[in-house]
Write a protein that binds this ligand. Sequence first.
Ligand code: GLN
Length: 286
Amino acid sequence: MNLRQALKEAEETLSAANIDDALLESEVLLRHVLKIDRIRLYTDINSELTPQQYEKFSGLIQRRLNGEPSAYITGNREFYGLDFYVNQHVLIPRPETELLVEKAVDLAKKRSYKTIVDVGTGSGAVAVCLALNLPDAVIYATDISTQALEVASGNSRKHSVENRITFLEGNLLEPLTEPVDMIVANLPYVRNADIQQVSTAGHEPEVALNGGKNGLDFIIAIVGQSVSKLLRGGSILLEVGQGQSQTASRQLKGIYPYGEVDIFRDLAGIERIVGLSLPRKTRVIS
Ligand code: GLN
């Protein structure tokens, strides 16, 4: 069996089980077995698989059929153009979260922010991208899960930014000892009743998905905690679930009536990022 035939067979098997992006998923798993990039996959498409390679590939397709996400099978997910190690202790970074990074980087540059915290860092993808794109910033990253922090610090070493990020274990902003210029967070926001609808349910840690009855428990909690953790002139940027942006902005406005709210839509048109920026520090010139 050659690579082309193996891919076709796997694609058909996955599509028959209603798995989205069956060809792409098959490619990712085959590349993982052969340890080759996508270009090599297609230049070698007519070469033969050894029986051992075929057996290994079939085993991975079987795991995918059982619902295990391919990012956990390969231990890797690309985010913001970089490779991140992931395992079952962390949420697999989603494409829409790239918007959170993009807006955070823009805002930090525009307002010359120096200290930033990524709350509920998980795999550390957001914190690492902020460190790489804001070379002068001091980054903190918190998580309540020890195992997630291990993954995150591994990713900071993978991208050589371990000296730029301080990892803190604890609930949301509680472990942060000093106020910062910017708070960035992609917290669990799936409604309790909707958890089973998440395609990776049962594989991703529930603690990374479940936002309580309305999905807003952590968003409400972080806004409350931020009062003592946000510097004057600072900003908060939160990723939210579909239909949550108005409640999130009301929470923010309730606590920071002078702040300016910005809402950004993701590529699917969903209001995904809610930001609040406090008026800039005014300098009195005498
Ligand atoms: N975006 C994820 C999903 O819909 C949820 C991630 C989160 O709760 N922060 O599956």
